[in-house]
Design a protein around this ligand. Sequence first.
Ligand SMILES: *Cc1c(COP(=O)(O)O)cnc(C)c1O
Length: 230
Amino acid sequence: MSDQTKTSVAENLANIQAKINAAAQAYRAKTGIFNPVTLVAVSKRQSDMRIEAALTAGQRVFGENRVQEAQRRWAHRRDYYKDLRLHLIGPLQTNKAADAVALFDVIEVIDRPKLAKALGDEIIRQNRQIECYVQVNTGEEAQKSGIAPNDADDFIAYCRDEVGLNVTGLMCIPPVEEEVAMHFALLNIIAKRNGLVKLSMGMSDDFEDAIAFGASAVRVGSAIFGARDV
Ligand SMILES: *Cc1c(COP(=O)(O)O)cnc(C)c1O
């Protein structure tokens, strides 16, 4: 591993963790709520060298957006790093539900009944403990995954009560050109009225804003690892 890669990934992780801690403190001062924030290091399309540097620095929670790519990167590492926690943060096809359940600990992208059912069946079949987040399309963008905000309450109830998923949180990806604040605030409101405590929101450019609106997990890729391979 080049010393430079090792140093810069470790430094970036330390810097981001410090910013996360400061933002969580500010949130506590304002609301009286201490909300622990998990840094999910988004490792998609990053080199092995950078991944190893993050592991060496002690990072154990990673996010991936493609099942097959994640299998290549993480299946063999799981045996060695027993405390890894892998989050699936990209769209999931129903026919990949079995592979996703086998590999991931947190599935953040549940957004339709057919997928929820397929995951529920696999979780039972494989006897896995998986944390499930419902993805909400807060910007109601036609091309984007996620359940519409108006359908979220019914869908969450369906996932919990009919499918039996362990739904603990919500996830959103705000539209690129819009002010993120109202999207983060909306996700927080939907979570509260459904009794959910985990909120996955915020990326490299806006994770501190997300924490100000109650994020419990931020998904940060390029600010840790640098630009991705295309
Ligand atoms: C790639 C990705 C991220 C990380 O984005 P950065 O801007 O590199 O921090 C976060 N969330 C999702 C859903 C992603 O696909």
